[in-house]
Design a protein around this ligand. Structure first.
Ligand code: ADP
Ligand code: F6P
Length: 319
C-alpha cells in the first residue's frame, strides 16, 4: 500500500472536512502518498485528482462542507461510468480509496471493490440512517442546528401564541426529528417509522389549549409528511393560528460540533489503518462505543434501528 485517495460523495455533512484531514494526515504520517478526488464519483470519471499535502488540510477541521466538493453522479450508476472510474484508478496506480459518504456512496464503493479495487467507507450523512455505526458524521451537528432553530421558533411561538410546524431532513428516517424533538421539547414528533395520526396530534394540542397553553412546536420528518399539509390540516381542524417552517439545507451546513470532529478524526484515521493492513470492502463505524469495521454486505443487509424507547419517552414528556 503506497498510494491512496480519498473522496466525498452524496449529500455533504459537517465533519467531512475533519475526516479528510484525518485521512490525509494519517497517510502522510505512515509515508503513503495521498490524493484527493474532486466531486465524488464524478471526479473518478472526469479525472479530477490532486495530491494532498499536510498544508492541503490545514485550517479545515472546524469548517462545514467538504473541500473536495461532493456530487451525486448518475453516470456512475451505469456500467460504462463504472468502467471509466475503475480504469482511472488503475491508470493512476492507486492502491486504495477512502469513500466518505452515505449508503449510496458505499454501494458505489462496493462496485469498485467487486472489480478488484480496495475501498473503505466512512459514514458521512446528517441522516444517521446507516447501520453498524451509532452515529454518522454530521448528525450531531445537524441535531444541534435544528435544536437551535426550534429554540428560536419557540420564542416567537410563545410570544404570539401560535402553533409552529417545523419540517426537518432525514430522507426516509426520523432520527433527526426524534433527537431534535427531544432536545427542543417538541409537543409532537412525526416520523416515518411510526404511523401518523393527525387526530392524536390535534387532541394533544387541544389538551394543551384547555390548560391555557396556546403555543406548540410540532416537528415533522420530511419522510413522514409535508409540514405544509400538516399545518393546513391543523388550521382547518382546530381553527388555530399555525405557521410552517421548512429548515431545509441549512441543516447540512455550519461548523461541526466537537463530537463530530472527534468522530470524523477517529473514523478517518481507522480507514487508513485498514487499508494499510490490506483490508477493504467494509465501512468503519462507531459501533456500540467502539471503532469497528463491518463488511458492506452486512451494512446493506441491515437497517438502522429506530429508538422506540426514546420515541415513547418524548411523547410522555410532552404530555
Ligand atoms: P449518499 O451516499 O449520501 O447515500 P447517494 O445515494 O446520492 O448519496 O449516492 C451517492 C452516489 O453514489 C450516487 O450519485 C452514485 O454515483 C453512487 N451510487 C449510489 N447508489 C449506487 C449503486 N447502487 N451502485 C453504484 N453507485 C451508486
Ligand atoms: O442525505 C442527506 C440529505 O440532506 C437528506 O436529508 C435530504 O433528503 C437530501 O439529502 C437532500 O438532497 P439534495 O441536497 O440533493 O437536495
Amino acid at each position: 500500500m503506497k498510494k491512496i485517495a480519498v473522496l466525498t460523495s452524496g449529500g455533504d455533512a459537517p465533519g467531512m472536512n475533519a475526516a479528510i484531514r484525518a485521512v490525509v494526515r494519517k497517510s502522510i504520517y505512515h509515508g503513503l502518498e495521498i490524493y484527493g478526488i474532486k466531486r465524488g464519483y464524478s471526479g473518478l470519471i472526469n479525472r479530477e485528482i490532486e495530491p494532498m499535502k499536510l498544508g492541503s488540510v490545514a485550517d479545515i477541521i472546524h469548517r462545514g462542507g467538504t473541500i473536495l466538493h461532493t456530487a451525486r453522479c448518475p453516470e456512475f450508476l451505469t456500467r460504462e461510468g463504472q468502467e471509466k472510474a475503475f480504469a482511472f484508478l488503475q491508470e493512476q496506480k492507486l492502491d486504495g480509496l477512502v469513500v466518505i459518504g452515505g449508503d449510496g456512496s458505499f454501494r458505489g464503493a462496493k462496485v469498485l471493490e467487486e472489480a478488484g479495487f480496495r475501498t473503505v467507507g466512512v459514514p458521512g450523512t446528517i441522516d444517521n440512517d446507516i447501520p453498524y455505526t451509532d452515529y454518522s458524521i454530521g448528525f450531531d451537528t445537524a441535531v444541534s442546528t435544528v435544536t437551535d432553530a426550534v429554540n428560536k421558533l419557540r420564542d416567537t411561538a410563545t410570544s404570539h401564541e401560535r402553533i409552529y410546524v417545523i419540517e426537518v431532513m432525514g430522507r426516509d428516517t426520523g432520527f433527526i426529528a426524534l433527537q431534535a424533538g427531544l432536545a427542543g421539547g417538541a409537543e409532537s414528533i412525526i416520523v416515518p417509522e411510526a404511523p401518523f395520526d393527525l387526530s392524536e396530534v390535534c387532541s394533544r394540542l387541544m389538551r394543551g389549549a384547555q390548560r391555557g397553553k396556546l403555543h406548540s412546536v410540532i416537528l415533522v420528518a420530511e419522510g413522514a409528511a409535508s409540514a405544509i399539509s400538516v399545518g393546513e390540516e391543523i388550521k382547518k381542524l382546530l381553527q388555530m393560528e399555525v405557521r410552517v417552517t421548512i429548515l431545509g439545507h441549512l441543516q447540512r451546513g455550519g461548523t461541526p460540533t466537537a463530537f463530530d470532529r472527534v468522530l470524523s478524526s477517529r473514523l478517518g484515521a481507522k480507514a487508513v489503518d485498514l487499508l494499510m493492513e490490506g483490508k477493504g470492502g467494509c465501512m468503519v463505524g462507531l459501533w456500540k462505543g467502539e471503532i469497528k469495521a463491518t463488511p458492506y454486505e452486512e451494512v446493506f443487509a441491515s437497517s438502522k434501528e429506530f429508538s422506540w424507547d426514546d420515541y415513547r419517552m418524548a411523547s410522555i414528556l410532552a404530555i
